[in-house]
Design a protein around this ligand. Structure first.
Ligand code: PEP
Ligand code: MN
Length: 263
């Protein structure tokens, strides 16, 4: 179902009347790694919306490497996102880690499957039963074929609104958190009709590399970007080093839009 051979036209994932990915539609998803407070999310949301972001992100359930790190606000985090959605009109995306939490996601616009759950096949099957867009992130050490087969798991159940996300993969390189595989965008567009979003924040792990990689992603035809933004990156509870300030995000969004226009 994800294969371009049997579906030559680009899939357009329509999130709201105004926000769509694919088939020429490009969107920037921006927001903090984790939802921390209502003030924090509202401040960031208003700023990134002003800069042109179409969607707000924020993690409520966080897949942290250490069990002693901040795990997210869970249901309270989703409540905050929904409150800020109401105030700003921005659709929201947040990560699911356990299908038992699905009732909390009822008003969430797009459900994210994080890199660590890309091959949680039972979770994927359950998400195939619902009718809501899913953003599926490439696993830390998964190849393109495996990413597409995971999309297939969701689509096999009848949910065909999938956005693929390249967020870097593990290599021997240590100067960046992961290695951004931009050729995946071209390959995925060839093999599949699904929209492809690039996450330069998790790919590089460093705020200073986000702008060049975001520009490159736009230049190679990505259907959108996911960028972490924090109003106080130094004190962020998660992923501060890769988070842009709202001012930095504004600069990146402008540079990306210029490239989009030049395509
Ligand atoms: C995230 O987007 O917050 C996240 C945890 O990303 P990834 O699953 O790509 O590591
Ligand atoms: Mn993060």
């Amino acid at each position: 179902k994800a294969n371009r051979k049997f579906h030559p036209d680009d899939t357009v994932v329509q999130v709201t009347d105004q926000v769509a990915f694919g088939g020429g539609n490009f969107q920037i998803i921006a927001g903090p790694c984790s939802v921390e407070t209502e003030d924090q999310v509202e401040t960031i949301a208003k700023a990134v919306k002003e800069s042109g972001a179409g969607m707000l992100r924020g993690g409520a359930f966080k897949p942290r490497t250490s069990p002693y790190d901040f795990q997210g606000l869970h249901g309270e985090g989703i409540r905050i996102l929904l409150e800020v959605k109401k105030r700003t009109g921005m659709p929201i995306i947040t990560e699911i880690m356990d299908i038992g939490h699905l009732p909390l996601f009822e008003q969430v616009d797009v459900i994210q499957v994080g890199a660590r759950n890309m091959q949680n096949f039972e979770l994927l099957k359950e998400l195939g039963r619902i009718r809501k867009p899913i953003l599926l992130k490439r696993g830390l050490a998964n190849n393109i074929k495996e990413l597409l087969m995971s999309a297939e798991y969701i689509m096999a159940g009848g949910n065909e609104q999938i956005i693929l996300c390249e967020r870097g993969v593990r290599t021997f390189e240590t100067y960046t958190r992961n290695t951004l595989d931009l050729s995946a965008v071209a390959v995925l567009h060839e093999l599949s009709h699904l929209p492809v979003v690039v996450d330069p924040s998790h790919a590089t792990g460093a705020a200073r590399y986000v702008k060049p990689m975001a520009m490159a992603a736009a230049a190679c035809g990505a259907d959108g970007l996911m960028i972490e933004v924090h109003n106080d990156p130094k004190h962020a509870l998660c992923d501060g080093p890769q988070s842009l300030t709202p001012e930095q995000f504004d600069d990146v969004a402008k540079a990306v839009m210029k490239i989009r226009k030049a395509l």
